[in-house]
Design a protein around this ligand. Structure first.
Ligand code: ZN
Ligand code: ZN
Length: 412
């Protein structure tokens, strides 16, 4: 276990944020992960970090605060000092490592949705500038998973907490390729395949994608100049990093006015501590005009109405083969970092400006003209399945097979 933790920490710092000598590091982690965080911090200093700052979070403190119902004005404001602290670190070139303990989807189920929405909105608005650093790859950042007891038990409810946690560690190590002799090399090989896939799609430059599966018939127009990304990214300082560990996707942006048809989710979406399940969305000219939802309809409504317009349009379309290591686990992780890498997905909300030529330099008006969606949210949800077919439609209207029966129709 100790050896695996060390390898995992090394992977997060080298393959993940690619920490450089003399660089600062901001870690965001649940307090439960303290032992692992200490291993990461020790290695970070050994790699020459100038400073490591850790921002702790704790589900129980969040629950206490929300249960004791602070006044709305507290929920509606994000402290200025916290905002300043976050921005000043990324401005100073800090890398950001998010050790993600998984959202406990049931934690806040009894809390009034309006209160949760206020907190999310205040946080999103306050951290807009900070977030821009990540979304434009101006800061090197990475998210890795950590099995908190609650998260582990949510996935393996029949096991004791400790046994569940160990099971989840094993899944995380396998999926993150930490079980390989040389995880860093394994990631280089994995990144090479994702690179071939994204280069193929960039070369093809399809004008539309057509998704069909049970409950899904969706056409997504791709904006002119769209760029497919996947695997390792290159930050503005030219240093290569991996924003997500794991990652199995290649992704680009839909045209915000060019999505039509109906899409059905294939896994639950956890939003603001609530689960949204078995839902389908119908789009017209890029906007959700109708939706069905079996469970968590109110949370879905809050998501779609999180802002005036952007939250009900798409900001991402991602292709993931149905037999990825994550889906091989055969479990639902209730955690987007993992679940999104099990299957093809799309995201409601903000698009990554890096998914279009010149996107990082566009102002709001130019973004709109090019079909780049903007929003205070970015929420991925899964649409892939073993029976999903995807065609790429060329400029002249020819359909070419990209996915057949849930996986690539092309070999890389
Ligand atoms: Zn994605
Ligand atoms: Zn996403």
């Amino acid at each position: 276990m100790k050896e695996s933790l060390k390898k995992y920490a090394e992977l997060a710092l080298q393959t993940g944020v690619n920490l450089q000598k003399g660089q600062g590091l901001l870690i965001q982690a649940p307090i439960e992960a303290v032992e692992f965080v200490r291993i990461v911090v020790k290695q970070a200093y050994e790699m020459g970090a100038k400073n490591v700052h850790t921002e702790w979070s704790d589900d129980q403190l969040t629950l206490l605060k929300m249960t004791h119902a602070p006044p709305m004005e507290v929920l509606e404001t994000f402290p200025e000092w916290r905002k300043e602290a976050m921005i000043s670190m990324v401005k100073d070139g800090y890398a950001v490592l998010n050790i993600y303990g998984g959202e406990n989807p049931d934690l806040l189920q009894d809390i009034d949705g309006k209160r949760m929405a206020a907190v999310t909105k205040a946080r999103s608005n306050a951290l807009k500038e900070y977030r821009e650093y990540m979304m434009n790859d101006r800061a090197r950042w990475s998210i890795v998973g950590y099995p908190t007891l609650e998260w582990a038990q949510k996935i393996f409810p029949d096991d004791t907490a400790e046994a569940a946690k160990e099971k989840l560690w094993n899944e995380i190590f396998r999926i993150a390729r930490v079980d390989k002799n040389d995880p860093i090399k394994a990631w280089e090989q994995h990144n090479a395949i994702l690179k071939k896939a994204r280069e193929y799609l960039n070369e093809k430059n399809y004008s539309k994608l057509h998704f069909t599966a049970k409950g899904t018939d969706l056409t997504i127009e791709l904006p002119k100049g769209h760029i497919w990304h996947g695997g390792a990214a290159t930050a503005t300082d030219r240093v290569v990093f991996n924003p997500n560990i794991p990652t199995e996707e290649v992704f680009t942006m839909p045209h915000k006015y060019g999505v039509n048809g109906t899409v059905t989710s294939t896994k639950p979406l956890s939003f603001q501590g609530q689960l949204i399940e078995d839902f389908s969305l119908t789009f017209k000219d890029g906007k959700v005009v109708d939706y069905q939802c079996e469970k968590g309809k109110e949370a879905l409504k809050h998501l779609l109405e999180a802002d005036d317009d952007g939250a009900s349009r798409l900001g991402e379309v991602a292709l993931v083969p149905h037999e990825s290591p994550v889906s091989q686990a055969g479990i639902i992780f209730f955690n987007t970092l993992f679940d999104e890498n099990a299957s093809c997905h799309i995201a409601l909300g903000k698009a990554y400006p890096t998914n279009i030529k010149g996107g990082s330099e566009m102002n709001e008006q130019q973004m709109d003209q090019h079909g780049v969606n903007d929003s205070i949210v970015h929420e991925d949800f899964m649409i892939g399945s073993a029976d999903m077919n995807i065609d790429g439609i060329t400029e002249d209207g020819t359909a070419e097979a990209i996915f057949r029966n849930g996986t690539w129709a092309i070999s890389f």
